[in-house]
Ligand binder design. Structure first.
Ligand SMILES: Cc1cc2nc3c(=O)[nH]c(=O)nc-3n(C[C@H](O)[C@H](O)[C@H](O)COP(=O)(O)OP(=O)(O)OC[C@H]3O[C@@H](n4cnc5c(N)ncnc54)[C@H](O)[C@@H]3O)c2cc1C
Ligand SMILES: *[C@@H]1O[C@H](CO)[C@@H](O)[C@H](O)[C@H]1NC(C)=O
Ligand SMILES: *[C@@H]1O[C@H](CO)[C@@H](O)[C@H](O)[C@H]1NC(C)=O
Ligand SMILES: *[C@@H]1O[C@H](CO)[C@@H](O)[C@H](O)[C@H]1NC(C)=O
Length: 816
């Protein structure tokens, strides 16, 4: 209310300048709030209704000189008839959604003070009034009024067609011809029109079906629709038409076939024609590209049956929802926490998952229900999801593996498709389980979407729908049907939108092919869903028995992956602890020649793939050996042990563990020694600059020099020369290093140790030895060896990143 009042104030202040005193303004403002509930929110239509909401600001641009004809409803939100009429008008908007380019719907609330002038301008005296604005209208008050208009969708639709047919020039450019066609026109049709299909709808003069289908297809290419009257004897005889209405596809040369539909009615004709081969929505790529694309997405295409449900989609949705979407909320509290708990409890109750997944959902649920604090951090949740206690047979598979929800582009379908699917499944499971609260799942979904669903406009639309009609749900069956029908509303609204995947057009689901019995017609030919049939279709389509398990990792794999991750985490923790101890030891033992943190960071900023490469190689060669020395730590498989790295590794394997000799082999070049003293004596910033420039210089020099050990190796060494031995312990000790930095520092020292043999081979460097043989004991080196393994985790990431670049560089250098 506060917000509304705020609006009302600002709206009104413009008009009451005559009141000099603020108190008066306030009084009027207060009255307005009470008497005229503010409109934008209080009106009968929302942005989700596919009706243009007219305001004084947009009335000119919408009504005047529009390329489409506009049907505008002028209503007052307090008028009972208007309230009663609004659902009809909304249905009409959904019903003729495809006609928008030719004729669009608008509405304005004349009860809103701000709209008063607009309504006066069009001479509105009673509500509701509907006016028809021609295309290219001048927006004057003479626009035609629908007198005594029908209060049902069908009648209104026919009225609109009448108005369109009587439309004077200029004709709305997007509107196809609506008059009946003749043999003569059809004979020359393909000479003047470049379309694949010509659909002829045979009907009597009173029928509107032909014109409705024509308009239903106006946004589709490669198809044209014409109505043929039953009095057009030539054509009727030629095609042998006996049923009216009926639809025939006519091809050049006089070939024709009858269009196959369940019922000869508008909806069925339109649906079938929109799905003819080659027929595409204007401006969309042809949907058949799906058969050849398979390459467009970064993942391989997983073939699937479009009329089936896949557990892989449901598990991917859970993963994304719980591990990605919720991660955006660092702390969950208040209403959001309640919603979240409800969401998890609904999942634990109804998700038809595999035993491992169910175990995990139940354990998270019981954690949450026992949790009494008024907030929970995402970290805590995340930990719960990873099954920290390692309870047996409990896991939520990581990662997304979309199957039925695959999109033809990586940004289409996937998660939102999974969310819909998940909630349909949950409503159906709730009905099967015979829950007590019919709204339980829907409320949980509504609140999840409201609080967490990443697509905020989607959340708003969904909330609008829920607010409007969730109260109607009174049984578990109606909950299933409610979600189905609201999903169809969303499909209707989104048909043709950018987010629609051309390969998976939004239809009113299930299609007549999927469930023929779901579709029926009323006596007047209007489409009607057979709710009973729909319900039984949904109950079977979303039942747990019909969920396919293709493309899932089996449970033992899921558990193994989780165990691996868990062990990695434990190793990491052990490593942290060890490093802390090691640092203490080092701090007390080493002399001041250690690398600074700053120096290392500098190194990284230079983007040294060479460094990464050297490190990785180290890992491949020695990581496993070092790992064996660690108690109980499983050595990781080494994906990096590729043949291309063999050269470097073979060489390294010769010396096994590093030794103190190695450490002493290293000698920085002059500039590094300078840097050493520099940093010891001067400000760090200064040292950084020098380090950067000197290292670059040195690297280029050295690369030329060191042809024999191979390029990667040479680079590795030069890095070591730069970092390994020229540490600056005192400075470093001044800073609280975080673990990662510490690890890097250690790892570099360690690397240095392992390079010694190659170094020794380079006899011209012998003089370095004496320079660097400073203060390292055997214990120090042993520590390095141990820590070496520990650093490998971090190196793995770097390796993967730099792998390709390494290959490039290697290739380059290998070429003479
Ligand atoms: C709550 C919510 C609100 C959304 N709001 C918007 C929005 O405002 N704007 C926007 O651009 N996108 C919105 N989206 C996303 C949009 O609805 C689609 O999910 C997305 O475009 C992917 O479409 P899709 O082709 O995979 O089919 P989806 O609509 O995601 O449907 C997934 C699958 O469910 C089945 N299905 C289709 N219709 C029904 C039905 N009526 N009943 C039962 N099953 C059905 C089909 O097998 C279909 O493949 C919303 C999504 C959700 C979950
Ligand atoms: C109306 O639109 C047409 C083209 O869309 C334009 O040529 C014409 O100038 C416009 N008229 C007015 C009054 O804006
Ligand atoms: C798939 O992609 C690869 C390279 O990314 C390309 O060589 C191949 O031709 C593509 N295949 C198809 C069918 O487009
Ligand atoms: C897809 O599933 C439906 C329903 O189970 C089945 O009738 C159809 O044969 C399946 N299609 C394919 C290609 O497997």
């Amino acid at each position: 209310m506060a917000r509304r009042c705020g609006r009302a104030t600002s709206r009104f202040t413009g008009e009451i300048q005559i009141y000099p005193r603020q108190a008066a303004t306030f009084a009027v403002w207060l009255c307005l709030c009470v008497v005229f509930p503010p409109v934008a929110e209080a009106g009968l239509y929302s942005t989700s209704d596919q009706v243009i909401l007219l305001t004084p600001d947009n009335v000119e641009s919408v009504l005047v000189n529009s390329t489409a004809a506009i049907v505008a409803e002028f209503y007052a939100s307090w008028c009972g008839h208007c309230v009663a009429f609004s659902p009809v008008y909304k249905s009409l908007a959904r019903d003729i959604k495809e006609w928008k380019p030719a004729v669009d719907l608008a509405a304005i609330d004349c009860a809103a003070e701000e709209n008063r002038k607009v309504c006066m301008r069009f001479g509105i005296t009673g509500y509701p009034t509907i006016k028809f604005f021609h295309a290219y209208s001048k927006g004057d008050s003479k626009e035609q009024t629908f007198k005594a208009f029908p209060r049902d969708v069908r009648g209104l639709r026919h009225k609109i067609i009448d108005k369109l047919e009587a439309h004077e020039d200029p004709w709305p450019p997007a509107c196809p011809p609506l008059e009946p066609t003749s043999q003569a026109e059809i004979d020359s049709f393909f000479e003047t029109n470049n379309v694949q299909h010509l659909a002829l709808i045979f009907e009597d003069a009173k029928s509107y079906v032909g014109r409705e289908v024509t308009l239903d297809l106006l946004q589709f290419e490669n198809v044209a629709v014409r109505r043929v009257l039953n009095t057009e004897e030539d054509l009727v005889t030629k095609l042998g038409v006996t049923e009216f209405p009926s639809c025939y596809l006519y091809y050049p040369g006089g070939n024709f076939t009858r269009l196959n539909v369940n019922v000869e009615a508008r909806t069925f004709f339109s649906y079938a024609l929109q799905r003819l081969p080659g027929v595409v929505r204007s401006g969309k790529p042809p949907p058949d590209s799906i058969n050849i694309h398979t390459n467009n997405t970064e993942e391989p295409w997983r073939p699937f049956n479009k009329s089936r449900l896949y557990m892989a989609d449901l598990e991917s949705t859970l993963h994304y929802s719980l591990r990605v979407e919720l991660a955006a909320h660092t702390v969950i509290k208040g209403d959001a926490l309640i919603s979240f708990k409800k969401y998890i409890s609904v999942l634990a109750k109804y998700f038809p998952g595999r035993p491992v997944v169910m175990n995990l959902l139940r354990s998270v649920n019981s954690h949450l229900q026992n949790q009494t604090g008024d907030e929970i951090s995402y970290e805590e949740l995340r930990e719960m999801l990873d099954n920290p206690a390692q309870s047996p047979d409990t896991a939520l598979p990581e990662g997304q593996r979309w199957v039925g929800c695959q999109g033809s582009k990586p940004y289409l379908r996937r998660y939102p498709c999974g969310v819909w699917t998940l909630f349909h499944v949950l409503t159906v499971q709730a009905k099967n389980a015979g829950g007590t609260d019919p709204k339980e799942v829907l409320t949980a979904m509504r609140n999840y979407v409201h609080n967490f669903f990443g697509c905020r406009p989607c959340a708003e639309h969904f909330e609008n729908m829920a607010r409007e009609s969730l109260v109607e749900v009174s049984s578990l069956s109606s909950a299933v049907l409610w979600l189905w029908s609201r999903h169809n509303r969303v499909n209707n609204r989104l048909a043709g939108a950018l987010s629609e995947d051309p390969s998976f057009p939004k239809i009113q689901w299930p299609s007549p092919e999927m469930c023929p019995a779901c579709h029926t017609v009323r006596e007047n030919g209007e489409h009607r869903w057979n709710d009973e049939q729909v319900l039984s279709f949904l109950m079977s389509y979303f039942s747990s028995k019909s969920i396919l398990t293709d493309y899932l990792d089996d449970e033992s794999q899921v558990l193994a992956k989780q165990r691996e991750k868990h062990e990695k985490q434990q190793a990491l923790e052990a490593q942290k602890c060890l490093e802390r101890k090691a640092r203490e030891a080092l701090d007390s033992m080493t002399n001041p020649s250690q690398p600074t943190v700053q120096e290392e960071e500098e190194e990284e900023e230079e983007g040294l793939q060479d460094e990464a490469v050297a490190d990785e190689e180290e890992e491949g060669g020695e990581g496993a050996a070092a790992a064996n020395e660690m108690d109980g730590n499983k050595s990781e498989p080494t994906p990096w042990s590729k043949p291309e790295l063999e050269v470097g590794r073979g060489r390294r394997q010769a010396h096994g563990r590093p030794s103190i000799v190695g450490m002493r082999m290293r000698e920085p070049q002059e500039d590094i020694v300078d840097l050493d003293s520099f940093v010891n004596q001067h400000y760090k910033a200064k040292a950084l600059r020098v380090a950067a420039s000197s290292r670059i210089k040195r690297r280029t020099l050295q690369r030329k020099e060191e042809q024999e050990p191979g390029p990667v190796f040479g680079l590795g060494m030069e890095l070591d020369a730069g970092l390994g031995m020229v540490g600056l312990q005192p400075i470093e000790a001044d800073f609280e290093l975080d673990v990662g930095q510490q690890r890097k520092r250690l790892q570099k020292r360690d690397l240095t140790g392992q390079y010694f043999v190659e170094e020794a081979e380079l006899s011209h460097r012998g003089r370095w030895m004496s320079v660097l043989s400073i203060g390292f004991s055997r214990l120090d080196i042993s520590l390095c060896v141990i820590l070496y393994f520990l650093s490998s985790m971090c190196l793995l990431a770097m390796y993967l990143f730099f792998k390709n670049r390494l290959r490039l560089r290697r290739a380059k250098v290998a070429l003479p």
